[in-house]
Write a protein that binds this ligand. Structure first.
Ligand SMILES: *Cc1c(COP(=O)(O)O)cnc(C)c1O
Length: 427
């Protein structure tokens, strides 16, 4: 696609966009009485218009059915979570039974590590990307400590080469091989939150398996953003949150993937709770735990129905959009357009004011572009905010901009580009 830096061109792309009507299914916050240009779906997705109705429906069920709501009504709470797994299985590239929804992300990371991080005195190290989201760093360090190891020794981080911003797959694979007899686990994000780099999850998984360890992924920034094939890539386990690209509300329900090849493995311990017990016998309250089939056996507590209802409001929209295929096609065009507009600013000013540190290759990124501002970074960010662009600031000088194909238009991206151009050089 040859892009043009004109409003006409942008609105032309909107007219041809088969997903253009989905914007009206979301509620956009206002700036000075007008819809803001919301490019912050990487942190918190927008509210679906139907979210309120889904909450009201469950509130009514609670009012009218009370305890009977678990078993009766249109949407008995007992099996409610299963209505989500079909759509999620499509989004994650998994089989239905490999997916369940439960808890929140960091909690699930811990629960999955209970099963998949089994250190021994010879093999106790975890390999992860350098500069991972802090919660993941804390979780992994505390897991190492919990098993009696010093995180400084137990955690191996892979960093970009000198002068580079993102990781090379060859360097990740090489580091895995270098530590082949000391590793207990490889745990990576799917997309790094800071740079927006989408890792080659299949290659990482393969390399982990080659040295005999499990590969797990935190998909907070990948789920609902890029096409994932967890089952086909032979990933062992994964978890994600639903409040970023899956628009299911602050603190929304998380999900987990467990590869079906692990279902029968009695060596995998887990922290058990009654919601993971076989569903057909859960209410017989037997004294000994027997895991439900598949990932559902990792559930611990009663499902939070209100959070599930919010998740469903959003997943229904993914379903209407035909899953991730069409969304991803638009996403590549939309983010490509933003990239073009940012590069135009540098060209017109004859100076590299903005450096995009996210990979240029579309296969190695999702919606997000992370932009290093060479001058007056904070002033640039404030200028965007004051002009109705909701972006996201990361210390020391990075602005994250994420056009989301479900609710952002090419016109909005064009306007954000105009505002960014007007900000250039401001102090
Ligand atoms: C957003 C994010 C989190 C947040 O975890 P919560 O438990 O949902 O608060 C964790 N890890 C990564 C990589 C994230 O992007």
């Amino acid at each position: 696609m040859t892009y043009q830096n004109t409003l006409e061109f942008a609105t032309g792309l909107d007219e041809q966009d088969p997903l253009k009507d989905f914007q009206s299914q979301f509620l956009t916050p206002k700036h000075n009485g007008k819809d803001a240009i919301y490019l912050c779906g990487n942190s918190l997705g927008l509210q679906p218009v139907t979210a309120q109705q889904h909450i009201n429906d469950q509130s009514t069920n609670w009012k009218e059915l009370a305890i009977e709501g678990f078993f009766n009504g249109n949407d008995p709470w007992l099996g409610y979570h299963k209505k989500l797994t079909y759509t999620l299985a499509g989004i994650l590239g998994a089989k239905n039974e490999e997916i369940t929804v439960m808890n929140s992300l960091t909690v699930n990371l811990h629960l999955l590590m209970v099963s998949f991080y089994k250190p021994t005195n010879k093999r106790f190290k975890i390999l992860m990307e350098g500069g991972a989201f802090p919660s993941d760093q804390y979780a992994l360090a505390s897991q190492a400590r919990f098993h009696g190891y010093d995180p400084k020794e137990a955690i191996i981080e892979v960093f970009p080469r000198e002068g580079e911003f993102t990781l090379r797959t060859e360097d990740i694979v090489k580091t895995i091989n270098e530590h082949d007899d000391e590793l207990a686990l490889v745990l990576f994000s799917g997309i790094n939150y800071y740079t927006g780099q989408f890792f080659d999850m299949e290659a990482i998984t393969k390399a982990a398996h080659k040295v005999g360890v499990y590969a797990g992924f935190d998909l907070a920034h990948a789920a609902g953003n890029v096409i994932l094939k967890l089952h086909d890539w032979d990933v062992d386990f994964a978890t994600w949150c639903s409040y970023k690209y899956m628009n299911s509300g602050p603190g929304g329900i998380s999900g987990v993937f467990v590869n079906e090849k692990h279902f029968g493995n009695k060596e995998l311990h887990r922290f058990e709770g009654w919601w993971g017990h076989r569903e057909d016998q859960r209410f017989l309250m037997p004294p000994v735990f027997e895991a439900d089939k598949g990932a559902a056996g990792w559930q611990v507590s009663t499902s939070p129905v209100m959070l599930l209802a919010l998740h469903r409001a959003s997943l229904d929209i993914f379903e209407q959009a035909g899953g991730l295929g069409a969304l991803r096609t638009k996403s590549e065009l939309l983010t490509g357009y933003l990239e073009f507009l940012i590069n135009e600013i540098n060209k017109n000013k004859n100076e590299e004011l903005f450096t995009i540190i996210t990979p240029k290759n579309k296969q190695e990124r999702g919606c997000q572009l992370s932009v290093v501002c060479k001058q007056n970074a904070k002033a640039t960010f404030n200028f965007l905010t004051n002009n109705g662009v909701v972006a996201d600031w990361r210390e020391p000088n990075v602005i994250r901009l994420s056009p989301v194909p479900l609710y952002n238009s090419f016109k909005q991206v064009f306007e954000a580009g105009q505002i960014l151009a007007a900000s250039a050089g401001k102090s």
